[in-house]
Every structure is written in structure tokens, then in C-alpha cells.
Design a protein around this ligand. Structure first.
Ligand SMILES: [Zn+2]
Length: 191
């Protein structure tokens, strides 16, 4: 057991910093989703975590604010889903607990898969104004990943609070990474 006063560190693997440049502009939804999917794929190929990646962009410029990859096993932390890491990194970068604090800048979270219950809740508190997802809940549960209590009303609730939601973007490409993880015998840590 570690010292109770030791800080909890949240990091991305080194390859993330070697392959991504924050501030780069991703013009289209497809470009932005392809980055999230590539993060998920590299996390599998390089053996640094589960098959999930996420990125946060400034909506109008497409500038990349942060990225996250699933880090649950690597950092022994059940909360470190790709979306959670991306949100933590983004808020750390702008030094604010909400991404809604610096209008006219407005941010969107692009995730390679539909969020679980925890991440969908975090989307609301994060201050992003849009959520974009690739693979869907069925793709994730087909691998026996537990998504928790997410219901159609959960999405409706976010929309009613001003979060625009686009799901199923490049779904097949995103789901292919889940299949890759399954073929490699990847660990299902939240079954
Ligand atoms: Zn999650």
C-alpha cells in the first residue's frame, strides 16, 4: 500500500506525446473521430490499456485541447476511462474545473465508443457542449465490457441541458478496434 499522502498521478503513455501534437487543427468530424479511434487502436497495439480513446477539441477551430486513452489497468484506477482522462487533461490545461468557462470557446468530447455511466455523468459536469461517439454500447457489451446504468433517458437528460450528441460516427472503424482487442485476448477489467 502506498503512503496516504502520495499524490494520485494521471498520465498518458509516452507514445501519446510522441505521436500527438496538442493545438493541431482537425477540421471535420471524421478527422476528429479518426484521431479518437487511432488512440484506441494504438492503446491496444502498444499494450498500454483497453480499446478506448477520446479527444477534446475546440469546436469551431478544431484545435486539439487534450487526449485520453483508457488507463485503468496501467495506473490501477477504475475511473481512468479514455473520456475521463481526456476531461482531466483538458481541465488541467485550461486551469478550470469546467470547459464552459471561457466563451466564445466551446469544446466537444469525441470518444471512440459510447460512454459508460460514469463517463456520461462526467460529460455533464465537464462543460463540453457536444459529445460525439463511434462504436456503440452493443459493440462494447459484445466484448463483455460493462457499461453500467446508461438509458435512453440519460442521453435525453444531457441534451436537455444543452449538450449536442452525435452517435455512431465511423462506427465500423471504431468497433474494429474492439474486435482487435478481443482477438488479442485483451483483459476485460470491468466485466
Ligand atoms: Zn467510461
Amino acid at each position: 500500500m502506498s503512503d496516504a499522502r502520495a499524490p494520485v498521478l494521471v498520465t498518458c503513455p509516452d507514445w501519446v506525446h510522441e505521436t500527438m501534437t496538442l493545438g493541431t487543427r482537425y477540421d471535420t468530424d471524421d478527422d476528429r473521430m479518426r484521431l479518437a479511434i487511432e488512440l484506441s487502436r494504438q492503446n491496444v497495439v502498444r499494450g498500454t490499456g483497453g480499446p478506448f480513446g477520446a479527444a477534446i477539441f475546440e469546436r469551431s477551430s478544431g484545435a486539439l485541447l487534450s487526449v485520453g486513452v483508457n488507463s485503468v489497468v496501467r495506473l490501477n484506477n477504475s475511473t481512468l476511462h479514455g473520456e475521463m482522462v481526456a476531461i482531466m487533461m483538458a481541465q488541467h490545461r485550461i486551469a478550470s474545473y469546467t470547459l464552459a468557462a471561457s466563451p466564445p470557446a466551446s469544446y466537444e468530447l469525441v470518444s471512440s465508443c459510447d460512454p459508460c455511466a460514469m463517463c456520461l455523468g462526467a460529460v455533464l459536469w465537464s462543460g463540453v457542449s457536444r459529445l460525439v461517439t463511434g462504436a456503440d454500447r452493443d459493440d462494447a457489451t459484445a466484448l463483455s465490457f460493462e457499461e453500467g446504468p446508461v438509458f435512453p433517458q440519460s442521453y435525453l437528460y444531457l441534451e436537455q441541458r444543452g449538450v449536442t450528441i452525435t452517435r455512431g460516427m465511423l462506427r465500423q472503424e471504431a468497433a474494429a478496434v474492439l474486435e482487435l482487442y478481443r482477438r488479442q485476448g485483451g483483459q476485460i477489467y470491468n466485466a
